[in-house]
Design a protein around this ligand. Structure first.
Ligand code: HEC
Ligand SMILES: [Cu+2]
Length: 368
């Protein structure tokens, strides 16, 4: 018996830790720190249902404590037999009507919000010239990376989603291979990305909250999809409408301008990129059709916050270069099951890898 108890002596500690640690949240990741209108509404609904549940628990606990203290045997004696009642009209009405009322309080806002958030009519709104007013983004989920296209602007990118703040952004989501789920915890979601049919929803990124989060939100795949499911991360860079217009223009421009290499190493790097067949899976042209490449589009790779969605570039060229080399050498280890595989020294010499890294880092369109 004593041994049995010993096993459990850490239980209170773990319980306390679970309680305390669950309070840890980061503004860029937590559903409990909503950073947009959609997330805020979903959060409010969550709070409403938690409040109702807590109320029920408290009432039941009080009744329970009253019952066991008031009707103790030591108080009423061994021979006491309570009044025998069978069916109390009043009580039965109370415990039927109260849950109905509670469920109604929960159901009405839930159903209303479901319809409100499901309303995608804003996507079709046009100005006088027949141009769509809202921003629409096509999302394509692949094992284990994300592709984002701006169909009205004619550009495509991957891994880092770029969005303007303080407006509804509409998403058409689909998957290439298996079912995934598109989720930006702090801003709203999630929504399944299916293979055969497109799902649509919108999000709104709050400008002030985005600044608190350093203009970088975390996105996740929320549907178990394979061995690297937990590593199927993406990032969201938020910016003002003005900066976003600048970014789009820079992307469009980069498609038209001639490729010009900063120096010889970068040019050598591009040669390796072609020789090694990287270019077969990775387009460096932002006008590529979404879904037409086997790997992420790398047009603006040098500006991404993370490498492969999981290695933090920390805004430092040095760290970025390390991450790139680590990824190219160990892609199969870092993300098991992904189609790129790693390139060892026999495939790719250290010298070629250095040149390749310089080239990849030079892929910038908006920042210098
Ligand atoms: C068979 C197709 C394929 C080939 C060939 C290939 N890759 Fe990849 N690459 C991928 C896929 C798929 C991913 C995404 C993996 C993931 O994140 O799950 C990727 C990811 C990357 C990334 C990270 C992109 C980002 O946005 O963070 C880089 C950088 C990269 N590859 C460079 C290269 C280089 C350099 C070569 C040639 C030496 C190469 N790849 C060859 C398929 C390929
Ligand atoms: Cu997935």
């Amino acid at each position: 018996m004593k041994n049995g108890l010993k096993k459990w002596r850490f239980l209170p500690l773990f319980a306390a830790m679970a309680f305390i640690l669950s309070g840890c949240g980061e503004p860029f990741l937590s559903t409990l720190q909503p950073a947009g209108e959609v997330a805020q509404k979903q959060f409010n609904l969550m709070m409403l249902s938690v409040a109702i549940m807590v109320l029920v628990i408290i009432v039941v606990a009080i009744v329970y404590v009253i019952a066991i203290t008031k009707f103790r045997r030591s108080k009423l004696g061994d021979d006491f037999i309570p009044k025998q009642v069978e069916g109390s009209h009043r009580l039965e009405v109370i415990w039927t009507v109260i849950p109905i009322i509670l469920l109604l309080i929960l159901a009405v806002p839930t159903v209303a919000l479901t319809f409100e958030l499901g309303d995608q009519s804003g996507m079709e709104a046009e100005d006088e010239e027949g141009n769509r007013e809202a921003l629409v983004i096509d999302v394509r989920a692949n094992l284990y990376w994300w592709e984002f296209a701006y169909p009205d602007q004619g550009v495509v990118t991957a891994q880092d989603l770029v969005v303007p703040t303080d407006q509804n952004v509409y998403f058409n989501v689909i998957a290439s291979d298996v079912k995934h789920s598109f989720w930006i915890p702090a801003v709203g979601g999630k929504i399944d990305t299916n293979v055969d049919n497109m799902n649509t929803f919108y999000l709104n990124f709050d400008g002030e909250k985005a600044e608190e989060a350093n203009n970088l939100f975390y996105g996740k795949c929320a549907e178990l999809c394979g061995p690297s499911h937990a590593l199927m991360d993406f990032k969201v860079q938020t910016m003002s409408q003005e900066d976003f217009d600048g970014w789009i223009a820079a992307m469009q421009e980069s498609a038209e301008s001639e490729q010009d290499f900063e120096n010889d190493t970068v040019a050598d790097g591009f040669a390796v990129f072609e020789e090694q067949g990287c270019i077969g899976c990775h387009a460096v042209d932002p006008t590529q059709q979404i879904g037409s490449s086997a790997g992420p589009n790398l047009t603006n790779f040098g500006e991404r916050s993370y490498t492969a969605g999981i290695l933090d570039n920390e805004d430092s060229d040095e760290v970025h270069a390390e991450n790139i080399q680590n990824w190219i050498r160990n892609a199969d280890v870092l993300k098991p099951g992904n189609t790129m595989g790693g390139y060892n020294e026999d495939d790719l010499s250290d010298e070629d890898l250095d040149a390749l890294t310089e080239y990849l880092m030079s892929l910038k369109v908006y920042s210098e």
